[in-house]
Design a protein around this ligand. Structure first.
Ligand code: CTP
Length: 402
């Protein structure tokens, strides 16, 4: 699973730093290409020379070292790797990741990369159980960062407790497991729409909606992680394009319609997570509309229903729709499932705290044409996306690891 994968191993300054040598050595034995970044304090525990010899690559410590290659190294590394594993991850590194601090080579790479990140926390049990560390870990998990361990046992401080770094074997298993599951959509082409369309009224104004695009972006990331060649057709958002995903930017429902319809027949999977405006202004004023002091009536005309059109045109594609509802969730969602001819409908009640637009988490149900229903508890949008990818693989008849 790890053959030829480019893995960045980040080593931070805890006593478990010496175990990074075994992590690197095991990765090499599994034919991964390993790059190493150490924090300054990690170099107090184990030398860069050791990790350089084991990885067969230069080890990065200082942002301002003489460049080892021609390009901006922390950015090049961040963009180039398939996964990052921080082992050990000290409380300090986790805190820096949580707030997005970039004050050394490792934290800068972590901020710049869009590759999946794994952390293997290692610290004294009191530090591990401190509310600050627990809050940071919860936040990182919400962002889709994979946390491995920690284990319970003898600690360097002489006590027993939770906070020992997981054994290198277990760390490698988690990484390999990720890539094993991650190949389930290899060879498949997937298209996701995301964000809220904007329907121009005049050069200054548009009709929009509250969609943040986060759910669709998380799905694009999960599809890409699963090995699918992924295209993201995105209405305007501030979100960064997930690593390895091709993004096509659109503004209006009609633009989205044309892009999606053109690509549809080449796709194996299409997921319509975008919040598409059902109506647009009948006319777009060439100049800014001036106030008159009187009331103003806006004439709207219907937009095409992209998903319904795909449902009519579909041949072998797996088609997934969303239903964002504020009332009668199940009845409305069942109705959309039938009318739009989808293989799976993701229903969410956007009025629930922790669900819907703008939220980092979501609470959804998957509805299937055969009447099955899966209710997922509240979880990060990336976790919802990973569940969705597993269901898509099942619909395609592909076996996945749960
Ligand atoms: N959808 C679409 N094109 C539209 C409207 C919606 O492709 N013009 C898609 C959405 O991307 C989503 C699904 O249809 O996957 C349901 O969208 P939603 O806004 O929940 O429902 P509507 O079909 O617009 O119905 P209503 O507004 O009456 O709830």
């Amino acid at each position: 699973m790890l053959t030829k994968r480019k893995i960045l191993v980040g080593v931070s300054g805890g006593i478990a730093a010496y175990k990074a040598a075994e992590v690197i050595s095991r990765l090499r034995k599994l034919h991964a290409q390993v790059h190493v970044v150490m924090t300054k304090s990690a170099t107090e525990f184990i030398t860069p020379l050791t990790l350089q010899s084991l990885s067969s690559n230069p080890v990065y410590v200082d942002l301002f070292d003489a460049p080892k290659r021609w390009n901006i190294e922390h950015i090049a590394l961040a963009e180039h790797v398939d996964a990052v594993i921080i082992a050990p991850a000290t409380a300090n590194v986790l805190a820096k990741m949580a707030i997005g601090l970039a004050d050394d080579f490792l934290s800068t790479v972590l901020l710049a990369t869009r590759a999946p990140i794994f952390v293997a926390p290692a610290m004294n049990h009191a530090m591990y159980h401190h509310p600050a560390t627990q809050t940071n870990l919860a936040l990182l998990k919400d962002r889709g960062i994979h946390v491995i361990g920690p284990d319970t046992g003898f600690q360097a401080c002489g006590t027993d407790g939770e906070g020992r770094m997981s054994e290198p074997v277990k760390i490698i298993e988690s990484l390999a497991g990720f890539f094993a599951g991650s190949d389930c959509l290899k060879g498949k082409k997937a298209l996701v729409t995301a964000g809220g369309t904007q329907e121009p009224l005049d050069p200054v104004r548009y009709l929009g909606n509250r969609s943040s695009g986060r759910m669709g972006y998380a799905i694009a990331q999960a599809l890409q992680e699963a090995g699918a060649e992924t295209i993201l057709v995105s209405a305007p958002t501030d979100l960064p394009t997930p690593h390895g995903v091709k993004r096509i930017s659109v503004q209006t429902a009609q633009e989205m319609y044309h892009v999606v319809l053109e690509l549809f027949l080449e796709m194996d999977v299409v997921i319509k997570a975008a919040a598409v405006a059902d109506y647009r202004p009948a006319y777009e004023a060439e100049q800014k509309i001036k106030k008159t002091g009187a009331g103003y009536t806006l004439e709207l005309v219907p937009n095409p229903d992209i998903l319904a059109e795909l449902g009519r045109k579909k041949t072998s594609q797996v088609l997934i729709g969303f239903a964002a509802e504020t009332e009668n969730l199940l009845a409305n969602a069942q109705d959309k499932l039938q009318k739009k001819n989808v293989n799976l409908l993701v229903a969410n009640d956007i009025t629930k705290p922790g669900a819907g637009f703008g939220s980092a988490t979501n609470i959804v149900s998957f509805l299937f044409p055969d009447g099955r229903k899966i209710d997922l508890p509240q979880m990060s949008k990336l976790e919802v996306a990973r569940h969705l990818v597993r269901e898509i693989a099942k619909i395609l008849g592909i076996e996945t690891k749960e």
